[in-house]
Design a binder for this molecule. Structure first.
Ligand code: BES
Ligand code: MN
Ligand code: ZN
Length: 515
């Protein structure tokens, strides 16, 4: 998407659609600034529409008007933002997405957009949110559809250009850099969506490694891929056990963003990196503890954590974050077979700790245990954040409305919750106490893999905590947010790319202020 910031008057900007994002207003309240000039050009028809009460600027409200040549744009679209006193970046993102969808439904190529001005949200924050909303709204996964889109479905996005209009020349520069940031973030999230939507016959662990290599080359990340021989040498017995049932062999994918090379921070960058670790189970059948058929559908999305990490690393590189960041993706397929691992097995993980297997469907934590250990051993990270579609229990606890964060470090957990508030991705903390950690001790091995029906999201995290020791660490369970069957303006059905923007927002926070 080509995105520009322009200081041209709205009436003079040629476009298929000119969208105005408007906060809630009393019918008859006076138009000011660029809106007043636009209304004059329209011969008072904007004031007429607003005065009628047909459009009040509530969120989710839209009104489309056809221009008659009095302004350069073909159509005028009003989009509501809700109460000005409660304006958030997320409201702007949503409204921009609605504008983009309304425009692309009418086969528009060019969208000009007048964002709101606000004392609560800075113009550059608004600009970033607009770019994100428009780019996210344009996402489709249609590469395997050979038949025309049926009537009633939104056609593939044809929107090619977005022009943000501002009447404040001194803010244009900041807005320009902000739309660049928003564009990179949303495109990186769309990459995560693409990978997660890919079918499991095509997106195998080796294919995921190939994609990671491609992205690394595109944006300038260092990349290393470990296959069977290296994984054996590292003795990653937990990850290898999960992989043992499948002909599709595992990969541990390691990506590095070098913050020193970003120029503006030479010498100031912490040597110890931030490690992001993602669960990349390309298909989760449950293994010998086989899932029921209906639960198996959507299990192609079980690599969404890995996809989010790849997306975040891509964005970190494009934004040239002055911070060393390492991404570790544990890519494995979980299948039943004569060579598969079993319940009752005892595994020796890379850390040397032994694990009693109780259910082969709790495979994600085994993959993560070894990936977390690998992160600690090879990178001595300052912080580790893992992200995973780890437990169905998370959906029971929080539903599709939020992801869980479980951490051994309160300030880190708070940082993530805050980052999510900024990006419109909800994270909610669950406790991790010694009682949970003790609960995961085994009678026959060092730790047991599962903790029974109680507090399933927490006990999974408690298991992981045995492999991070004292490194500040947060675990993000995105089992209920990684994919959706409910389309919305920002989001078609399928993979959401949840976590990409929050992870990067957290990283940006760590640049500003260490933990
Ligand atoms: N990938 C699943 C978790 C999951 C379930 C994600 C539903 C999205 C939707 C994970 O590997 C799993 O199967 N977890 C088990 C753990 C249990 C066996 C302790 C679960 O949640 O049932
Ligand atoms: Mn499973
Ligand atoms: Zn799984």
């Amino acid at each position: 998407m080509q995105i520009t910031v322009e200081t041209r008057a709205p009436a003079l900007r040629a476009a298929d659609v000119l969208a105005l994002l408007l906060c809630q207003r009393e019918p008859g309240s006076r138009l000011a600034g660029p809106l007043a000039a636009l209304d004059r050009a329209l011969g008072g028809r904007l004031a007429l529409a607003l005065g009628s009460g047909d459009f009040r600027g509530r969120s989710d409200e839209t009104l489309l008007l056809y221009a008659d040549g009095s302004i350069a744009a073909k159509r005028l679209l009003l989009v509501g933002l809700g109460d000005e006193k409660k304006l958030t970046r997320d409201a702007v993102r949503q409204a921009a997405a609605m504008a983009a969808q309304a425009a692309s439904r009418r086969s528009s190529r060019t969208l000009a957009l007048l964002p709101p001005t606000s004392r609560r949200v800075r113009s550059r924050e608004i600009a970033q949110a607009v770019a994100e909303g428009v780019v996210l709204a344009g996402y489709r996964f249609d590469r395997y559809r050979t038949t025309p889109i049926p009537p009633g479905e939104t056609p593939p996005d044809g929107l090619a250009r977005l022009a943000l209009l501002t009447s404040r020349p001194n803010e244009a520069r900041g807005m320009r850099s902000a739309v660049g940031i928003g564009n990179h973030l949303a495109e990186s999230q769309n990459l995560a969506r693409d990978l997660s939507n890919e079918p499991p016959n095509l997106l195998t662990p080796t294919a995921l490694a190939r994609e990671a290599r491609r992205v690394a080359k595109e944006v300038g990340l260092r990349v290393r891929v470990l296959g069977d021989p290296e994984l054996k040498k590292e003795r990653l017995g937990a990850l290898l056990a999960v992989a043992s049932g499948s002909h599709n062999r595992p990969r541990l994918i390691v990506l590095e963003h070098d913050g020193e090379r970003s120029g503006r921070a030479r010498g100031k960058v912490h040597r110890h990196p931030i490690c992001l670790v993602g669960k990349g189970v390309t298909f989760d059948s449950g293994g010998l503890s086989l899932k029921p058929s209906t639960s198996m559908v959507t299990m192609k999305h079980d690599m969404s954590g890995a996809a989010a990490v790849l997306g975040a690393l891509r964005a970190a590189a494009l934004l040239k974050l002055p911070l060393n960041v390492v991404g570790i993706l544990g890519a494995v397929e979980n299948m039943p077979s004569g060579t598969a691992y079993r319940p009752d097995d005892i595994l020796t993980s890379g850390s040397g700790k032994t694990i009693e297997v109780l259910n082969t469907d709790a495979e994600g934590r085994l993959v993560l245990a070894d990936a977390l250990h690998y992160a600690r051993r090879h990178f001595a990270p300052e912080v580790i954040v893992d992200i995973a579609t780890l437990t169905g229990a998370c959906a029971v606890a929080l539903g599709p409305w939020a992801s869980a964060v479980v951490s051994n470090h309160d300030r880190l957990s708070e940082r993530i919750v805050r980052a999510g508030e900024v990006t419109g991705e909800r994270f909610w903390p669950l406790p991790l106490w010694d009682v949970h950690r003790e609960h995961m001790r085994s009678h026959v091995a060092d730790v047991k893999q599962t903790g029974g029906r109680s507090a399933g999201t927490i006990t999974a995290a408690a298991f992981l905590s045995h492999f991070v020791e004292d490194t500040p660490w947060a675990h993000l369970d995105i089992a209920s947010t990684a994919n959706t069957d409910q389309a919305s303006p920002l989001q078609p059905r399928g993979a959401t790319g949840f976590g990409v923007r929050a992870l990067v927002e957290m990283l940006r926070g760590l640049v500003e202020k260490a933990l």
